[in-house]
Design a binder for this molecule. Structure first.
Ligand SMILES: Cc1ncc(COP(=O)(O)O)c(C=O)c1O
Length: 394
């Protein structure tokens, strides 16, 4: 069976591969301590579920909506962004998508001509590279040399005449680092100077810990705002990964083009999920639940970070500030346990202890591993105990 070139060059998601191995073990009745998870382990807040039920029962959820999203949802999202950043987006500057993933996918589709380059800070989320490729673009990984954050010097060293965009993901998946206002100002001005679009993936912005101050690059300067597409969604903040609601906000020309593309691709994001999302973004009563989930993640981070530091051969000098991931260098642990590669170490750890982590290779740094703390505290403590014992006994 013939497959198009564009898909033959795409790597399947490595995060999904680990989850599949962990799931297979669970199906065989084995206990798995799953630290590979990329989503909140909480269920969606009840008021959001109730809004969805009401939309089904009233019949409202039966019908197509505008491809770019329900006007009421766009209004709720715009008000939410304004409350968080002070930035105002008009309805034509906002498109609701089937998850933030589709916001990014459709953005690259309308932005990139063959050969256009996108600067992707490494370590970075798995899908950026493949989405850029699927749009005919060329992903240019930019290694962050210090603190897992790229600087203007790192970006400048990778800039060419074909550089079209730079992705900034803060808080970051897989590192949990958060860019400061000063860092974002330098990057925003550099991008403006060179007519490079900033893609600000702020999807984890509600998950900030231990008093971390947050700034989105869109709130720094109106000119930078106009040169930025904000990507975010309901998945991580409201424990709504399965509902598939994301959005993009930015220049009307780009957003309009994305809406046209989506009109021929997905059409509208599922109507019932949009009605649920109106409640998520628009009902202030949801904020208390969001805060209680944030506190739970913070407590887990504060529990698990010292335990990670105690594992022989795991190195993570700085405590992450956001999201729900830790990204230690585990190269020495692989050596201590006589494994040639970190991938082998991670596979053996899963097979022998039931602890699942994601190989750092998936994020462009093969000596690292990603541990998610979107799991109950006893699971995390047990998992870290098992990792420690596994490294110690070998
Ligand atoms: C950095 C980052 N951006 C975007 C997404 C996509 O989120 P969703 O499509 O669920 O809204 C994810 C999900 O894992 C992510 O980690």
């Amino acid at each position: 069976m013939h497959l198009a070139q564009r898909i033959r060059s795409v790597a399947p998601s490595a995060t999904l591969a680990v989850s599949a191995a962990a799931k297979a073990m669970k199906a065989r009745g084995e206990t798995v301590f799953d630290l590979s998870i990329g989503q909140p382990d909480f269920t969606t807040p009840a008021v959001i579920n109730q809004a969805a039920v009401a939309a089904i029962e009233s019949g409202a959820a039966s019908f197509y909506t505008p491809a770019a999203g329900l006007p009421a949802l766009k209004a709720a999202i715009a008000a939410h962004i304004h409350a968080q950043t002070g930035v105002t987006y008009e309805p034509k500057q906002l498109v609701v998508t089937t998850g933030a993933k589709m916001a990014l996918y459709s953005l690259f589709q309308v932005l990139l001509d063959p050969g256009d380059e996108v600067l992707i800070p490494i370590p970075g989320w798995v899908s950026y590279v493949e989405q850029v490729r699927l749009a005919g673009g060329v992903p240019r990984p930019v290694q962050s040399l210090a603190h897992f954050k790229v600087t203007v010097d790192d970006l400048e060293a990778n800039r060419t005449a074909k550089t079209r965009a730079v992705i900034i993901n803060s808080p970051s998946n897989p590192t949990g680092v958060v860019y400061t206002k000063a860092e974002l100002t330098l990057i925003g001005n550099w991008a403006l100077r060179h007519d490079i679009l900033v893609v600000a993936d702020d999807i984890y912005r509600d998950l900030l810990f231990n008093g971390t101050t947050y700034h989105s690059i869109i709130e720094i300067d109106p000119q930078i705002t106009q040169n930025t597409v904000l990507i975010s969604g309901a998945s991580k903040s409201y424990a709504m990964t399965g509902w598939r609601i994301g959005y993009a906000a930015g220049p009307a020309k780009l957003i309009g083009a994305m809406s046209t593309l989506l009109g021929h691709a997905t059409g509208n994001p599922t109507a019932v999920a949009q009605y649920a999302a109106i409640e998520a973004f628009g009902n202030p009563a949801v904020d208390a639940t969001v805060e209680s989930m944030r506190q739970a993640f913070e407590d887990r981070l504060n529990t698990v970070y010292p335990l990670v530091q105690q594992v022989p051969g795991f190195e993570l000098p700085e405590k992450p500030q956001g999201a729900f991931y830790l990204f230690p260098n585990v190269r020495r642990a692989a050596v201590l346990t006589h494994h040639k590669t970190v991938d082998d170490f991670i596979a053996a750890l899963l097979a022998e202890t039931g602890v699942a982590m994601v190989p750092g290779r998936a994020f462009g740094m093969p000596d690292h591993a990603r541990l998610s703390y979107a799991a109950a505290k006893p699971v995390l403590v047990e998992a870290l105990g098992r990792i420690q014992a596994f490294v110690a006994q070998n």
